[in-house]
Design a protein around this ligand. Structure first.
Ligand code: NI
Length: 167
């Protein structure tokens, strides 16, 4: 397995809208394994293909403590519902920044599995929030977009300065 390079905000490639997956082959299986490997190594609880510069509708999530509940969702479509809740979010593309974001508590998910078979389930709590966050990536959206422009501007500047200092 290969660890993939994760793009960091404000990389403009993170703003790309992903296109649907229509070929379910060994390459897709290999790629999704690499995504999981990359997510666990980071370490993180979710990763969208967008974040590794592949602009296809693929996300992986695992909110368990034991790395035992991996979900690989292809072409996910969401129907969020229920109460709105606030929680701290972070993102592997926005390193070391944690901010409060409001989202729906529950989400109904329709997607395909890695073989192209349809799957459907309802998620609550952390899993629900994580799936909503990862699906935003497929639309080119980041959690910092929910913050005030002042706060977002500070975060963008901080990460841009950090990136420069690594050059
Ligand atoms: Ni993220």
């Amino acid at each position: 397995m290969t660890r993939l390079k994760i793009l960091h905000h404000p990389d403009p490639r993170l703003r790309t809208k992903a296109t649907p997956v229509d070929t379910f082959d060994d390459k897709l299986i290999e790629f999704s394994k690499n995504m999981l490997e990359t997510m666990y190594a980071a370490p993180g609880i979710g990763l969208a293909a967008t974040q590794v510069n592949v602009h296809k509708r693929i996300i992986v999530v695992d909110v368990s403590d034991t790395k035992s509940e991996a979900h690989t969702l292809i072409n996910p479509a969401l129907e969020p519902f229920g109460e709105k809740v606030r929680g701290e979010e972070g993102c592997l593309s926005v390193p070391e920044i944690y901010e409060s974001v409001e989202r729906f508590e529950q989400v109904h998910v329709k997607a395909q599995d890695i073989h192209g078979e349809p799957l459907e389930f309802t998620a609550n709590g952390m899993l629900s929030i994580c799936i909503q966050h990862e699906c935003d990536h497929l639309e080119g959206k980041l959690f910092v977009d929910y913050l005030s422009s002042l706060k977002r501007g500070r975060i963008t500047k901080k990460l841009r300065d950090q990136a420069k200092s690594f050059v």
